[in-house]
Design a protein around this ligand. Sequence first.
Ligand SMILES: [Zn+2]
Length: 675
Amino acid sequence: MQRRIISLFLICLVTDSLCNADGLTDTSTSRHVKLRSVDIKEVRWTEGFWNDRFDWCRKIVIPNMQRMLEDPKVSHAYDNFLIAAGRKDGRHRGPKWHDGDFYKWLEAVAFVYAVTQDEELDTLMDRIIEVIGKSQREDGYIHTPVIIAQRQHLLRNGEFNNRLDFETYNMGHLMTCACVHYRATGKTDLLDIAKKAADFIYRSYKDSPNTLANNAICPSHYMGIIEMYRTCRDPRYLELAKGLIDIRDLVKDGSDHNQDRIPFRQQTQAVGHAVRANYLYAGVADVYAETGDTSLIRALEAIWNDVAYRKMYITGATGALYDGASPDGSRSHSSIQLVHQAYGRPYQLPNITAYNESCAIAGLIFWNWRMLSVTGKARYADLLELAYYNGLLSTISLDGKKFFYTNPLGRVDELPFELRWSRRREPYINCFCCPPNTVRTIAEIAAYAYSISNEGLWINLYGSNELKTHLAEGSPLRLKQQTDYPWDGMINIILEDTPKKEFSVFLRIPGWAKNASIRINEEMVSKNLQSGQYYEVRRLWRNKDRIKLVLPMPARLMEAHPLVEETRNQTAICRGPIVYCLESTDLPDGVKVTDISIPFDTIFESSIDKALLGGIFVLEGKARINSAANWENMLYRELDRGKTREINLRLIPYYAWDNRGDSEMAVWMSLENSR
Ligand SMILES: [Zn+2]
């Protein structure tokens, strides 16, 4: 241990106070975490589900997104930087948060570089970072809409004039991106830009805390500034991050929309705009990790309970309502506050009109990762995994080139009103915050697969990969995972380089897994393991020791809390971590998804279909069609008892829907309940 600490210290010295611990969240010295991150270069997918998706991000999604972000006919994101840098004439175009979109994409590139060391990506990043640097003001301010306007003398007033300018949001994404870039490359050019930006925010915080508090819209900068603190060890950044939470209490006329109506520490419910909310909660968890302020974790745990048990979809999506209100914001009807893409009331979870912005799904992952780190509780890893396999993956088409902004859990052909966002994935979305957010998060999943504590190694996620890391006291550890997860629940873990002393391996037993068992070198260690916890195996491990974890994966018929009115007497089908859905493509002609009901005793069998939707496990089982489906000019009618026929129903993973042309879709289906 001593040797590692000394070497870290030396690295710190030679890199001018920069430390060289390289987790996606660098919690190596965070005093109030139970689990620390492993370095981003230490985990590598080797085959299977996530290896395929990493390659897909690298070879298809990221290059396709680059073409769009650099083509002014499609997106002005890169052009805005070129104009702000004085390299091109023109004006700012696109949303105010377009800089942030670009930084998120750049972060995905940096992470892929960390794993692949692909020199082309390094050259690409160098070219872009130079332009970003030139577009920054000398005082550190960087936000292309204002800088372009100032350059062209179109703007008299300076920064932070309009809270909907998203300045700190953009700078927050810059900081997170810069930390990943530094860890991936060892280069400090982007980090220096981010330091100047963080210093600018620090001075603004000192000079005018009220202004900064009012500009905390969608606060990606809470996460960003804490990561800058972890990277640069500048105590001002920790002071700033703590202060940014406290100054929220200064906001006059705050709103539930922006989670600043009441002081954060008094909050117990998830309210308002779900992306802003999840970013706030993630940032506060980061501050707790460094400070141990128990008033913060108390609020976070209460809010998490509200989300997980009352306000989250079965796919891990949040932010149910296109347009909601905050009925608790005021007792007066005349001053009810409108809330856009809102966490609604408890159990208010519509399916066809669900908003569920893709960024909120990514935000839920960031928040749950940080909750896992500070508590070591499996329920946070369960939610992270749920959101990954279902909510997050479904936001991008299988060809990697089309994107959902909103993520409903149902679609019917004829909806008697128009929704603001397309009900199909689109190649480009005018509000392009989500696509780069989801691709960076998918590319980065390896960083969440393992954690380290003083006791040993924690395995959070399953998939074929290789890990080459160090335990907390500094001894090296190598292991391999071999598995067809998420399709198969058998996971083989082979230890390849182990310390000569006891340590623990903690295996996550997901909340859905019944009768899980563990064998070591074919000898049964434990069976019927309790689900929803980490199971600790402590021993003196030897090289080539083999852990076999079996998580049985029968299809499960799920039901929702009875107060979720939208899904009363309905069922959704899950298998392992995957939520399934029905697409009308798989139904006989003319049959609608709303015509289908599932008998209570149906057993769904799984089988692989390698040719379908990139290779998936489908579920098949008996269902019934209620054929009298003509509801023209009827709102209510007498129950039709007789006309049903049986069919064999095929379900596909929810993440793979909307890839076979126009179709209806349902996650929740009527249940013929004979209990
Ligand atoms: Zn978004």
